[in-house]
Design a protein around this ligand. Structure first.
Ligand code: ZN
Length: 290
């Protein structure tokens, strides 16, 4: 079902992009080709999910080639399984090995906010940027993962489900705030984690916009990034995420995040319990080699 929605969406998107590419070409002709960024890649400026043109038209287009692709890792829980979804529980010892490997390889953790600022406004990033994300807001993010990340001077983005906050096995508000003060970003993962595709407009607003507003008020932190529950989305979901003003959104589609995907449809690399150090290294390398 999800696949069908995605396929339909892909077809429509192609049509949309081709019409926008034509528009971009017309604009370039009408301005005598003076817009360096549009010449660099017309499609970039008019991807609807990019939402805005890059804000500084005088920026050297070459800057944008520095990090056209950035790995965004997707974890759920770190620790021993307490539900039937065992694959989502990465062993704490494995997680530590993953993180030490990234540090030894010279990766620098950045937030989704930094990634969006880089691609929207050419904000500079450290070398070898990577984003560590956690979906659902499980408690082990704080009790098991956070001490390891803190020790290694690394940070992450935590996508929380509003209804789960404070429940058994999930983060409390205090835990989330503690990590946020240490440089972790809070992202939104819907009000209730239901499948967002096929919902009525009002339900979508509740799941995406209103719950985000409540969460921001409760946490007193800006929330500008969204993760689609189970990676499911369609045109209406995308529109709501864009209308709500999110600067970035992540999917569960496997791959490196790329500027060309649009900032509201970014790929991630899912890490599961089966990933010990060697398979983690292989998985990351396989995406980097593509
Ligand atoms: Zn989730």
């Amino acid at each position: 079902m999800a696949k069908r929605v995605m396929n339909m969406y892909g077809a429509k998107r192609l049509l949309f992009i081709s019409s926008l590419a034509a528009l971009a070409a017309a604009l370039i002709l009408s301005t005598g080709g003076s817009c360096a960024q549009a010449l660099h890649n017309p499609e970039m400026l008019y991807r609807r999910t990019a939402g805005v043109s890059l804000s500084n038209p005088t920026t050297d287009p070459a800057d944008f080639e520095q990090h056209l692709q950035i790995p965004i890792l997707l974890y759920h829980e770190v620790g021993e399984p307490f539900s039937q979804w065992e694959e989502l529980f990465v062993r704490t010892a494995d997680f530590e090995k993953h993180m030490k490997h990234l540090r030894d390889e010279g990766y620098s953790c950045i937030s989704m906010k930094q990634l969006a600022a880089h691609w929207r406004q050419d904000h500079p990033l450290p070398s070898r940027p990577i984003v560590i994300t956690f979906d659902d807001g499980y408690r082990g993010n704080y009790t098991n993962a956070y001490p390891i990340l803190k020790e290694l001077d690394m940070t992450a983005t935590i996508y929380v489900v509003e209804a789960a906050l404070g429940k058994d096995n999930f983060l409390t508000e205090e835990m989330l705030l503690c990590m946020n003060r240490a440089g972790f970003e809070v992202g939104h993962h819907s009000a209730s984690h239901r499948n967002l595709t096929g919902l009525h407009r009002e339900d979508l607003k509740e799941e995406i916009s209103r719950s985000r507003t409540r969460l921001q008020k409760q946490m007193q932190v800006p929330i500008t990034t969204f993760a689609y529950p189970a990676g499911n989305y369609d045109d209406a979901v995308l529109e709501q995420v864009q209308d709500a003003g999110f600067l970035s959104a992540v999917t569960n589609r496997p791959g490196l995040a790329s500027y060309h995907q649009g900032l509201l449809e970014l790929d991630r690399i899912s890490i599961y319990r089966r990933h010990g150090l060697e398979s983690f290294k292989q998985l990351l390398q396989s995406h980097l080699d593509k």
